[in-house]
Design a protein around this ligand. Structure first.
Ligand code: ADP
Ligand code: MG
Length: 414
C-alpha cells in the first residue's frame, strides 16, 4: 500500500495543492481508492465519517481530467451526486482547492438556487458538476442539463441518499449517464437499507474498499464521561464544560424537542449557540453552519439526522448530551472531532439509565472510556454495577458549592 501522495504519480499541480492544503499523507481510503480509480476500475468504498472520502474521489477525478484533457469547450465530464446542498457546496469547495492550479472548472447544481444563477454556469464550459439528485433531474427533464458528456459518475454518501429516498432518482440519473466510463460510490456504511441491490445496478465489477478509521487516527480522541444525578445536574456539568474547557463544541441531542429545550437554557445562561436539526429550511441550516464555521458562535447543537456527513472543521469537543441509540452512531458523532491529525475530546454526560450504553460503546470500540469528575459537581448516586471496583467515598455525597470549581484542572481523571 502506498504511503505518500508522491508515490501515486499525481500531476504536480495536484501535489502542490495537497501540500498547500496540509494533506501530508493519504488516509487509508485515499491510499486504496486513488490508484484503483486511476486504473479505470469502478469503486465501492465504505469508510467512517472524517476519513477523507471527498479527496479519495476528487483527486483521481481531477487527475483523470488532466490526463485526458478535453479537446473543445463543452459540458461537464465528471458528475458528483451528494444528498444535500451543503454537502454539495463542501465537496465543490474541496474540489476547487484541489484543482486550484489547473484550469478545471467546478460548479454546483442544487435546490435553493434560482435557475438563472445556474444558467450562466451551464452556458460556460464546466468540468466537474456537484449536484443534488432532485434538482439535477429537474434540469435534465427541462433539457437544461445534458449527461451525455459525463465520463465519471460519483456518488457521495450513498447510504444517506438512499435514506432520503433518492434511490429511484439516482437510478434514473445513472441511466442518463449510461455512456460513462466509470462509477465510484462512497458511503459511511454499506449495511442495510438496500444498499447492496442499489450498488449492484450501478457498478461494474467494482474494487471493494472498506476502510476503518485507523487506530492511530482514533487514538487522538480522548473519551470520557461524567455522571449526572438529574437533568439539572447534567445542565450544570454542560455549562461548566463549555465555559471552562471547551473551545469549539458540538452537542448532540436525540430529538428536536430536547434540542429546543437546551437551546433555551443556554440562551438564558447567555451562552450563544447555533443549532441544526432535520427538516429545517436550507438557508437557516446554512446560516447556522456558517456562524459556527466562522467562529461567530462556538457551540453547535445538533440532532444526528442533521449532522450526518457535514464536515465541520476544528471541533475541540463533541458532547453527547443525550447518549446515541447505538454504538455506531456514537462513533459517527465522535468522528466530528480529531479530524485528520488534530486532537479531540468526546464527552458523554450520562444519567443512571445511560450506564449500559456507555459500557456497550466501550466494548464496541475496544477502548476504555473513563469517568471524570468536576470538583463541586460530583454525582451522589452510586454507579450501577461496573466491573471495576468503586472508590466512591463520603466526599461524593453532597455536591459542594460551584465556586470551588477551578478554571482549568476542573475535569480530572479519576
Ligand atoms: P469524509 O467525507 O470521509 O467524512 P472528508 O472528506 O470530509 O471526510 O474529510 C474530513 C477532513 O479531513 C476534511 O477537513 C479534510 O480536509 C481532511 N482531510 C482529508 N484527507 C486528508 C489528508 N490526507 N490529510 C489531512 N487532512 C485530510
Ligand atoms: Mg464525506
Amino acid at each position: 500500500m502506498i504511503r505518500t501522495f508522491a508515490e501515486l504519480d499525481l500531476d504536480p499541480t495536484l501535489l502542490t495543492a495537497l501540500e498547500e492544503m496540509g494533506f501530508d499523507r493519504p488516509t487509508q481510503v485515499q491510499a486504496e481508492a486513488i490508484p484503483q480509480a486511476l486504473e479505470g476500475k469502478d469503486i465501492l468504498a465504505s469508510a467512517p465519517t472524517g476519513t477523507g472520502k471527498t479527496a479519495a474521489f476528487a483527486i483521481p477525478a481531477i487527475q483523470y481530467l488532466e490526463d485526458f484533457p478535453r479537446k473543445k469547450a463543452g459540458p461537464a465530464r465528471v458528475l458528483i451526486l451528494t444528498p444535500t446542498r451543503e454537502l454539495a457546496m463542501q465537496v465543490a469547495e474541496q474540489a476547487r482547492q484541489l484543482a486550484k492550479h489547473t484550469h478545471l472548472k467546478v460548479i454546483t447544481i442544487t435546490g435553493g438556487v434560482q435557475y438563472q444563477e445556474h444558467a450562466d454556469d451551464l452556458a460556460a464550459t464546466q468540468d466537474i458538476v456537484v449536484a443534488t439528485p432532485g434538482r439535477l433531474m429537474e434540469y435534465i427533464e427541462a433539457e437544461r442539463f445534458d449527461c451525455r458528456a459525463i465520463e465519471w459518475l460519483i456518488l457521495d454518501e450513498a447510504d444517506r441518499m438512499l435514506d432520503m429516498g433518492f434511490g429511484p432518482v439516482v437510478d434514473r440519473l445513472s441511466g442518463e449517464c449510461r455512456w460513462r466510463k466509470q462509477t465510484l460510490l462512497f458511503s459511511a456504511t454499506l449495511e442495510g437499507r438496500g444498499v447492496e441491490g442499489f450498488t449492484a445496478d450501478l457498478l461494474k465489477d467494482p474494487a471493494e474498499i472498506e476502510a476503518k478509521s485507523s487506530l492511530r487516527e482514533r487514538k487522538k480522541i480522548t473519551q470520557w464521561y461524567h455522571r449526572a444525578d438529574t437533568a439539572e445536574h447534567k445542565l450544570q456539568l454542560l455549562k461548566h464544560i463549555i465555559t471552562n474547557d471547551a473551545e469549539r463544541t458540538i452537542i448532540f441531542l436525540k430529538t428536536r424537542e430536547r434540542l429546543a429545550d437546551l437551546r433555551a437554557q443556554l440562551e438564558s445562561a447567555q451562552i450563544p449557540c447555533a443549532w441544526i436539526q432535520g427538516e429545517m429550511p436550507q438557508d437557516r441550516r446554512n446560516n447556522a453552519i456558517s456562524r459556527f464555521r466562522d467562529g461567530t458562535v462556538n457551540v453547535l447543537l445538533a440532532t444526528d439526522v442533521a449532522a450526518r456527513g457535514i464536515d465541520l472543521p476544528d471541533v475541540s469537543h463533541v458532547i453527547n448530551y443525550d447518549m446515541p441509540r447505538t454504538a455506531d452512531v456514537y462513533l459517527h458523532r465522535i468522528g466530528r472531532t480529531a479530524r485528520a491529525g488534530k486532537k479531540g475530546n468526546a464527552i458523554s454526560l450520562i444519567e443512571a439509565h445511560d450506564q449500559p450504553m456507555i459500557e456497550r460503546v466501550a466494548r464496541y470500540t475496544k477502548e476504555a472510556i473513563k469517568e471524570r469528575f468536576v470538583e463541586g459537581m460530583r454525582p451522589t448516586h452510586k454507579k450501577a454495577v461496573f466491573k471495576k471496583k468503586k472508590k466512591d467515598t463520603a466526599k461524593g455525597k453532597k455536591p459542594a458549592s460551584k465556586a470551588k470549581s477551578s478554571k482549568k484542572k476542573s475535569a480530572k481523571k479519576k
